[in-house]
Design a protein around this ligand. Sequence first.
Ligand code: GUN
Ligand code: ZN
Length: 437
Amino acid sequence: MSTQTLLLGQTFEATGNPFTGPWEEAVRVNSTGAVLLENGLIEALGDAALLRKAHPDAKVIDYGRHLICPGFIDAHVHYPQTAIIASWGKQLIDWLNTYTFPEEMRFGDPDHAARTAATYLDLALDNGTTTVCSYATIHPGSVDAFFEAALARKLRVVAGKTCMDRNAPEGLRDTARSAYEDSKALIERWHGQARLGYAITPRFSPTSTPEQLAALGALWSEYPDCLMQTHLSEQLPEIDWVRGLFPQARDYLDTYEAHGLIGPRAVFGHAIHLEPREIDRLRDTGAALAHCPTSNSFIGSGLMDLAGLAARGIPLGLATDTGGGSSFSMLRTMAAAYEIAQLRGTALHPSQLLWLATAGSARSLHLQDRIGRLAPGMEADLTILDLASTAAIAQRRARAETIWEAVFPTIMMGDDRAIADVWIAGSKRPRPAVSSA
Ligand code: GUN
Ligand code: ZN
């Protein structure tokens, strides 16, 4: 007989989309909730007293007033940029040339890739992030290293080899043909193995020739259940550059569209400075966007219209964009999303922020049937939030009159100290050792 585990606490439950209708109808917190885990899955969700009675033999863990959430899902990261996070003083194109490309060059060394993948995934887990969708570098070995590290931790992740055949330094360029062949071999090796999925990954239009974009579009049509991830309309000088490189394109999105790189399994990072036609096409094709608010302010990119795009039904996930973003923490990222929306005149509700980092990101990665919600049959990846993790947060929480007032200080002021526990596929992750370095 398999063991059942019953987690008691306040449960964050989502049944709808809090951006396309009233949040009260989409999301709720059960302050006397419980989640029953069995065989790596969520077996039941409900009221603590009822589930205890129905499952008297289950091992009980009482999290008290902690908030039991689905594990956070980071919809757009670059794990190879872990060591250059918080690099000073540059905007996108200079930042890529000064910090990113030299660091990515190092991933030709499989040991460096393996070390960085391990460091990155452990930092993500410390911050309550149980799934990420990552870019690797142009080196196929950097994809192997990432998937091996995820496999060792039993994580559900998506990743892909970053493809670039122009406007990148020698040593970081592939070709249209090798990008196609290497990506295809990686798909055959990894896609669908354990909890791993592949994303075909042209970095962005400026670093791919039309021939490479077409080759990757053809590859996607051969493997339509893979994701396709890339960047879109992040900074104004980047958009001007794209216009010069693709004079015949109607807009930035068209550079992808013309090569078969749009569809419901596309995930476009940033998408800040969109034209009306691009918004219509995104909505009509069902493509998803990854909102990267700490990155968008850190690299000086601009204020994405999250609420406007989400209200139009475009699937949206939340993302750190490590290491263009300035934090590994999805709590910090939710806070940045709140602040950027405020600058655009919208106050996002805490339920919307938590939903974005869980169910919203899951939907953007087409993983909504497996992760992102507390519901029977979903994989048991969970993050347990301590809503009074620091003195500053605790004193504010003490004044809270509603559950959402109690949650919001942790969203705005919380970090890895708020992560009381992380569960991966039904097993509790041992608490990370406290670093003295
Ligand atoms: N555009 C193309 N590559 C990158 C990258 O690595 N980070 C960010 N933020 N934008 C990009
Ligand atoms: Zn990115």
